[in-house]
Design a protein around this ligand. Structure first.
Ligand SMILES: C[S@@+](CC[C@H](N)C(=O)[O-])C[C@H]1O[C@@H](n2cnc3c(N)ncnc32)[C@H](O)[C@@H]1O
Length: 366
């Protein structure tokens, strides 16, 4: 059984407890967290936004500063082409997995409940579910578009990251093979995956239209994890990690606040309703998870994290909560506006370890 430490445990084994709690409240921090802002400190940082903060990343696009984050409304491909080479330390992002689900026509179909790639998952417990994109519906041509999209994105990202800069990118079990292969084809080095352990609503169904005939069969396992690819811009030839850290502040991953290495399975829950109430984005990711990923992405605790598919800004909120600089790019004007409002509120979310533990037990183990 996986266990999440509770406040009061002798040693922290999960940085989120530091990142999500004030130090005084938990009383369990055994090593200093030099640059971490706790959520309670965020409003202070927000009180003095500097209009010129990260201005070089605004170019001529609509843009705003929110705490230590800059949000930009743009297509990220155009934006990436224009920002300076080697200007990003890391990327933490949750892209449109199947590329087409965030096209305007698909979003309109989603809003009107008229099919397209968005499908309502089966109602197995009496609760109405929100639509999810159904990636099994992608045909060969759409898979080719996806391959080109992620290969091109990886090429651009490779040029804009510093050597040794990491990419954390969300995917799902069904499509990650194609996405990760495309990123590698674009020149990024595959460095493994982080499993966000979460009960998804995917898989586990009996064979369609033959449920009675095959009651003891499911066509796929019920999904209990979300894979996040870990990639890196290759180090310069002959360069060691320590040389890369000295020269570029990149190359490695930041250890947890208790000094232990980051591990690649993170028990989590679905995004809590309290966060969904702040940002009504179809793919909102939880602060509990994103603060941990943002934390490890900057090995020296300084530098710039980018999210090129920002959505409602949950990555930037996570970065703000722990005191990191970040820049986010979103193409859709409604989501860009949503991020402007949601980031300060998501950054201030102060989740509670014990509650996460009980949610986790109920959802995954129960
Ligand atoms: C999976 S969602 C990310 C949601 C985010 N994780 C959150 O918590 O709100 C992907 C986002 O990328 C945006 N997007 C898609 N293509 C884009 C592009 N070429 N440039 C910038 N944003 C894009 C979509 O509008 C969508 O909001």
């Amino acid at each position: 059984m996986v266990s999440i430490p509770k406040p009061g445990d002798a040693l922290l084994t999960c940085p989120c407890l530091v990142l999500g709690h004030s130090r005084a409240a938990s009383g369990i921090i055994t090593s200093p967290v030099p640059s971490a802002l706790t959520p309670r400190e965020v409003p202070l940082a927000l009180a003095q936004p500097k209009p010129e903060h990260l201005a070089e990343f605004a170019l001529d696009y609509p843009s705003k500063v929110i705490g230590r984050a800059r949000i930009v409304q743009a297509d990220c491909f155009g934006w990436l082409r224009r920002i300076p080479d080697r200007s990003l330390h890391a990327i933490v992002t949750d892209p449109p997995y199947g590329v087409k689900e965030y096209e305007l026509d698909q979003l309109e179909k989603r809003a009107s409940g008229k099919g397209g790639i968005w499908r309502i998952p089966p109602d197995f417990d009496g609760h109405q579910r929100a639509p999810l994109p159904r990636f099994t519906a992608l045909n060969d041509q759409e898979r080719e578009v996806l391959r080109e999209f992620f290969t091109e994105w990886a090429k651009l990202v490779n040029a804009k990251l510093r050597p040794g800069g990491h990419v954390f990118i969300a995917s799902n079990a069904f499509i990650c093979l194609l996405v990760f292969a495309s990123l590698a084809a674009g020149g990024l080095e595959f460095r493994g995956q982080v499993m966000r352990q979460v009960r998804t609503l995917r898989g586990g169904d009996r064979p369609k239209n033959a449920e009675q005939e095959f009651p003891d069969v499911s066509s796929m396992p019920r999904g209990c994890y979300e894979p996040w690819g870990i990639f890196r811009r290759p180090l310069e030839p002959g360069m060691t990690v320590s040389e890369c850290l000295r020269q570029y502040e990149t190359g490695g991953l930041r250890r947890r606040p208790d000094g232990k290495p980051f591990s690649d399975v993170i028990p989590c829950t679905r995004t809590p309703q309290s966060e969904r109430d702040i940002a009504n984005h179809p793919s909102l990711k939880p602060q509990f998870f994103l603060r941990q990923i943002a934390w490890v992405a900057l090995p020296l605790g300084r530098g710039l994290i980018a999210d090129t598919f920002m959505g409602s800004g949950s990555t930037l909120a996570g970065a703000n909560a722990i005191g990191y600089d970040s820049v986010g790019v979103e193409r859709h004007p409604d989501y860009y506006q949503m991020a402007g409002k949601a980031i300060p509120r998501l950054a201030a979310v102060d989740f509670e370890g014990e509650r996460q533990q009980s949610l986790f037990e109920a959802e995954i183990l129960g």
